[in-house]
Design a protein around this ligand. Structure first.
Ligand code: PMP
Length: 360
């Protein structure tokens, strides 16, 4: 089987150029006589890789010097617990905005550690939109406000960054980070699992404002203690060296593409073309409010769920992989992260038209 257009939500497609470089360096990382997977994380070679990856990420996102960048394990799910453990004490209230499946998981985990106020909930829309800002019931003096800028399953993305005044804003950016430029200074904490726009699974990136580093509870596990990890360059224990290395190659690839401004233009063009095709047809539908539609994850339905199976089978035969929607919502979902070229979107649209002609 040759490589196909892979619409997986994550672990997701990586740029071919990056995979080729990994292949070329796999047996011997230049100058090391061994694979990058086989060398000490404390040796000069890996420290160089780690430093360069952080420098490139800082450059791409224009991360201010007053923020620490951490490369941790435990995925974004680990951070669902790390956020309250690092930012609350037992008397704190944390505000959460519920816009769908991943917000709910973050809320459930936070409730194990602190009082949670759901400041806004998109339930009434069946999680197809972002609640209007003037309806949010925020807690004055909350420890933080947490939201999910892009809901990977529902395909709902915030068209704005919430204003929270003195309350630190915390964002789970797992499925939107690096998709376009971002004003990091608006956030207290940004975290993201790697396996969409960053690299292979195994790493979570945390970008945390330094003044928030002294709030951790004594019982926070050391590997999730942001201050301790920041003090030790994310190397209190053995980091996920291979994932870190590949993430670094992805950052360099994004720089070669022209950085996040160019990435953002490409991603917007891809999303507009796919939503345009869905909206222009009577056959396919997407339920999300147009201004809240995700650039990265595009769910769509067919007029009859009985058509899902033949659609997926034909897609597979046409070299279009992993279009099945999440089991909780059904239908289809095309994830079109940075590594998906416009040619993949065009191939999907061509297949959708052909399928509609046959079954419409
Ligand atoms: N948050 C969001 C928005 C996600 O999309 C995912 C994974 N799909 C997660 C959290 C969980 O990430 P992980 O599997 O790395 O824990």
């Amino acid at each position: 089987m040759s490589r196909v257009f892979n619409f997986s939500a994550g672990p997701a497609a990586l740029p071919v150029e990056v995979l080729e470089q990994v292949r070329d360096e796999l047996l011997e990382y230049p100058g090391c006589g061994a694979s990058v997977m086989e060398i000490s994380h404390r040796g000069e070679a890996f420290l160089g890789i780690a430093r360069q990856a952080e420098a490139d990420l800082r450059e791409l996102l224009a991360i201010p010097d007053s923020y620490k960048v951490l490369f941790l394990q435990g995925g974004a799910t680990g951070q669902f617990a790390a956020v309250p453990l690092n930012l609350t004490d037992s008397g704190s209230v944390a505000d959460y905005v519920n816009t769908g499946a991943w917000s709910k998981k973050a809320i459930a985990e936070a409730k194990r550690y602190c009082a949670v106020n759901v400041a806004a909930d998109a339930a009434a829309s069946k999680y197809t939109t972002v609640p209007e800002l003037d309806e949010w019931q925020s807690t004055p003096g909350a420890a933080y406000l947490h939201y999910t800028p892009n809901e990977t399953i529902g395909g709902v993305e915030f068209p704005f960054i919430p204003q929270t005044g003195d309350v630190p804003l915390v964002a789970d950016m797992s499925s939107t980070i690096l998709s376009r430029p971002l004003d990091v200074s608006r956030f207290g904490v940004i975290y993201a699992g790697a396996q969409k726009n960053i690299g292979p699974a195994g790493i979570a990136i945390v970008i945390v404002r330094e003044d928030l580093l002294d709030r951790a509870r004594p019982e926070v596990p050391t590997v999730f203690n942001w201050q301790a990890m920041a003090a030790d360059g994310s190397m209190l224990n053995t980091p996920a060296t291979f994932s870190w290395y590949v993430a670094g190659l992805v950052f360099q690839w994004i720089k070669r593409q022209g950085g996040l401004a160019a990435m953002g233009e490409r991603n917007l063009a891809k999303a507009e073309r796919l939503y345009g095709a869905i909206d222009a047809s009577e056959f396919y539908a997407n339920p999300v409010t147009p201004e809240c539609r995700s650039w990265m994850n595009v769910p769509f339905t067919l007029p009859d769920p009985a058509l899902d199976k033949p659609f997926l089978q034909g897609a597979q035969e046409s070299g279009l992989l992993a279009l099945k929607g999440h089991r909780s919502v059904g239908g289809m979902r095309a994830s079109i992260y940075n590594a998906m070229p416009m040619a993949g979107v065009d191939a999907l649209i061509a297949y959708m038209r052909e399928f509609e002609l046959q079954h419409g």
